[in-house]
Each structure stands twice: as structure tokens, then as C-alpha cells.
Design a protein. Structure first.
Length: 353
């Protein structure tokens, strides 16, 4: 039945994590579009999953590279990747492009950042990024930057004065202000400062699991009240054990709907469509990966050597089909399922872009 749906992943990854280059990059904690693999399997799995559109992460997120130059390079890389796969991928610049992608049988790709550091001290870069096709800018990653505090920053200092200027510039450029990963005060300040609806494209509900990467009911409610969007991820933070299941994803979706209403909630998996084939091998290297993130200061509370960064029984090409089935089993109407699986994001995008 997912073939009859618009399915939008508000934050995800287009990659084949089983490819040698992608596996090596993950092991080295080297994020970046140069290391992803868009091969026949990536494309085939995306189509088989029913995916209509996905917001991918490009640009600077973490690491020692120069943020602005790295971000420009990443944009060029994705422009090239889209040009190499014109029959299967298409860039999304406005809300109508998502419906166009579905009609054409292609996967729409939204350019998004997970850290606003590349803006630097030059507000003109916001408009430049918009002209380059970027449509989503997340203000912070887990750590603090010059715009505000991330969810793991101990000060919880809120949006900085310059951060407020950046929010205004994003509003002027009609770009999404994404508050995923932000600290609580930064999130609340940005909601209040923004003249256009804001989003939290990938998060969980802190009322269910009290970890910093999840959002409080106040944050969720205020985003929805302003006409914004909340995407629930498929991440370990959905369970107090760190071993999240499909049932946990449903529980967080249902709580978010209770808080925000059914018109503001969707999905932002924060993962790939193509599943990892060798889970035992992956687990063997996971401890090193988590330790590297912690040493670099970019990890989050709830990440442990034994916590998979995805939901094991909600992964691979069947993940969206499976979620739809679970929501139906829980008694959710088809109209609500259509909203959660993609239409809410499309409607939100139309209000911003």
C-alpha cells in the first residue's frame, strides 16, 4: 500500500552502507558526500521502499575541515551526483517538486545542513546557500556553535544575538529553520524569533525517554502551534535501554500526535534505506565508532557501544511498509497515515519555501 503514499523522509541518508568506501568512511568517522555510495543498489532500494523524497545532509557537520569551503565542495558533489542519475533522482527546490518527483517515478532530494557553522560571520552566505539549492539549515549539531547551544552543550545558553540574525536571514531567504539537535533554550528562542514556521526534522519525545536529543512537550507543541513540523527518528534515543524497536517508533509518533496534532508530525529516520548486511561485523566496530564520536565531542547521551544507530526491526527497504502496517494495526486512519508518512512535510514545505 505504500506505493499509493507520498513518503517523505525529513532527514535521512542516501547511501549503500555495505559498499567498501562507505564502510571505510564510517569506521574513520569521516562524514562527507565524497564517501557515500550512490550505486545501483542504493537507487533500487530507494524505489522499492516507496520513498518519494528525502532531506539529505550535506556541508559541514563535524570534523577538522574548514566549514565554508567544505560545504561548497559538498554542494558541488551533490550537484554532480544528481546529474549522474537524472532518471532516478531530482532536486527539490519547492514543495511542488515533491509531487513532481512522485509523478515522474524519481526520488526527490532536498539539500540540508546539520550545522549552521558554515554561515560563519557573513549573513550573505545564507542567500548564497539558498541560490545553490539548500532548503534546510539546522542551527546546531550536538555541540555549541556561534548561533546557539546544541543538545549536549552544558550551558544551555540559548540562541546568541548573531543566531537571531541568522534566523531572520533564513526567514528572508524562505529556508527551513531546523531545530533538531539544538539545546532546549536555543530551540525555544528560535521558535519565538522566527517569523516563519520552524521544524524539528528528526527527534524523539522527551516525555517518553528523557535524553537531551529528544524534545520536550513544550518544544513540540510550540513548533506545531506555529505551523511547523516534527519528524520522529528511528534512533536508539527512543528507548531508555538504547535498543529501540518499531513499537518505540510508533509510541513516539503517537505521543507527538497527541501533543502536536496529526497535521504537524512525520518521520525523519536519520538513517539509510539500504540496510547493513553484516550486522555482526557492524557491531564489532561500533564501539570504536562511538568512542571516536565521544572523543571528538560530537556524541550524544544515549550513544553506547551496544546501541545501534537505527531500529533493527525497522530498517531496509521494508521500513516504511512495516511502519504503515503497524500504524494501521494501532487503528490510525488512512488519512492520518498519509499525513504522517509524507503529506505533512509537503504542506509544511509549502508554508516555508
Amino acid at each position: 500500500m505504500t506505493r499509493d503514499l507520498t513518503i517523505v523522509n525529513a532527514l535521512g541518508i542516501l547511501d549503500n552502507p555495505n559498499a567498501e568506501r562507505s564502510r571505510a568512511a564510517a569506521a574513520r568517522l569521516e562524514p562527507g558526500s565524497d564517501f557515500i555510495t550512490i550505486d545501483e543498489r542504493t537507487i533500487a532500494d530507494a524505489h522499492a521502499s516507496g520513498l518519494t523524497a528525502i532531506t539529505i545532509t550535506l556541508g559541514y557537520t563535524v570534523g577538522d575541515v574548514e566549514p565554508y569551503a567544505h560545504t561548497l565542495h559538498e554542494i558541488e558533489t551533490w550537484d554532480r551526483l544528481l546529474a549522474e542519475h537524472p532518471d532516478d533522482l531530482t532536486q527539490v527546490l519547492e514543495a511542488g517538486d515533491i509531487d513532481r518527483a512522485r509523478a515522474e517515478g524519481r526520488v526527490g532530494v532536498v539539500y540540508g545542513f546539520q550545522n549552521g557553522l558554515a554561515i560563519g560571520d557573513d549573513l550573505d552566505r545564507v542567500a548564497h546557500f539558498q541560490r545553490a539549492g539548500v532548503r534546510v539549515i539546522q542551527l546546531t549539531y550536538n555541540q555549541a556553535n556561534h548561533l546557539g547551544d546544541g543538545s549536549m552543550a552544558p550551558g544551555n545558553r540559548g540562541l546568541t544575538p548573531y543566531g537571531r540574525e541568522v534566523v531572520a536571514a533564513l526567514n528572508d531567504a524562505r529556508m527551513m529553520v531546523d531545530l533538531s539537535h539544538s539545546g532546549e533554550r536555543t530551540c525555544l528562542d528560535a521558535i519565538a524569533a522566527s517569523r516563519t514556521p520552524v521544524s524539528i526534522n528528526h527527534t524523539g519525545c522527551r516525555a517518553i525517554v528523557d535524553v537531551p536529543r529528544n524534545k520536550t512537550d513544550e518544544e513540540l507543541r510550540l513548533v506545531a502551534d506555529g505551523g511547523g513540523f516534527v519528524g520522529i527518528y528511528f534512533m536508539p534515543f527512543l528507548s531508555p535501554t538504547g535498543h529501540a524497536t518499531a513499537a518505540d517508533v510508533v509510541a513516539h509518533l503517537e505521543h507527538a500526535i497527541d501533543v502536536c496534532g496529526e497535521d504537524a508530525v512525520g518521520i525523519g529516520t536519520d538513517g539509510t534505506v539500504t540496510g547493513i548486511d553484516d550486522l555482526d561485523g557492524y557491531r564489532a566496530t561500533l564501539a570504536e565508532h562511538v568512542a571516536q564520536r565521544a572523543a571528538a565531542g560530537v556524541g550524544a547521551a544515549g550513544e553506547r557501544a551496544d546501541t545501534l544507530p537505527f531500529v533493527e526491526d525497522l530498517r531496509g527497504v521494508e521500513q516504511f511498509h512495516r511502519l504503515v502496517d503497524l500504524l494501521e494495526q494501532r487503528g490510525h486512519s488512512w488519512s492520518r497515515i498519509e499525513k504522517v508518512m509524507g503529506r505533512n512535510f509537503v504542506e509544511y514545505a509549502a508554508r516555508v519555501w
